[in-house]
Design a protein around this ligand. Sequence first.
Ligand code: PDD
Length: 295
Amino acid sequence: MPQTQAAQPPTVYLNGSFLPLDQAQVSVLDRGFLFGDGVYEVMPVYGSQPFRLAEHLGRLANSLAGIRCANPLSNDQWDALFRNLIVRNGGGDLSIYLQVTRGVGPNRDHSFPANAHPSVFVMASPLLPLPEVHRNNGVRAILVEDFRWGRCDIKTITLLANVLLRQQAVDAGAFEAILVRGTQVTEGAASNVFIVRGGQLLTPPKGPLLLPGITRDLVCELASANGIPIQEVALTVEDLQGADEIWLTSSTKEVVPVTNLDGAPVGDGLPGAAYRRIMELYQSFKGLARTGRYQ
Ligand code: PDD
């Protein structure tokens, strides 16, 4: 019997080297490990083309500025690094994860070390499409109190609150936790939130309490360019409970219809016409991106 070859581990990038994932190691004194002192991005790749590259690099720069860490690479260097990693991992549709931490200090001290170099880690994993059943039937979501800090616009690797919030949803048999601060809906544990009401698309405005999602912005752009009325306004729990449609957006999940909120149907309990329209627009935009004509 011929021996079947074990799958090759993916190639990742760590601090200047490309190496197999199982050989990538960082010091226990890395501040990402000790303090969650770092930021990250998740960017889809379609047909070997990074999607919304400039937007992801712009947000990365803002996140790094937000934690007072110099950007270790220029945008051209990031671009070259991503393309190198895409080729090394076979190309096609991938999800790029990158993280930058403040690096390794001489000891465990909360304040910034004097001469630390940021640690840079990038990996490219297969991009798993959202199961068809979620697109066709929608998903369940629950409302949960948002107990995160006051700088949710920074994409930090310090995700314990998001982890606990998402787990609350999973424990309740739901796909996502939609977060509520006081009376205001902010976003999902790992997604942004839209509602459709009377043919209008509504989403909370950007600010310190939510991540400026790249998918959120693309949905806003596609809606504006195609005559779908869109407004960025504060949303309350009542707005969600009375919505015709609710959607979640993220780079890995695109646009997901929520058809059940806290056990009650959203609208008629099925993905709506506005959802089907935005998915058409999103998929045709992706099609152009695959050809390298748009990012
Ligand atoms: N998360 N809000 C939060 C808290 C998120 O973690 C994410 C994405 C989003 C959507 O942002 P974007 O459209 O840029 O992906 C909003 C990524 C996918 C993650 O942590 O894996």
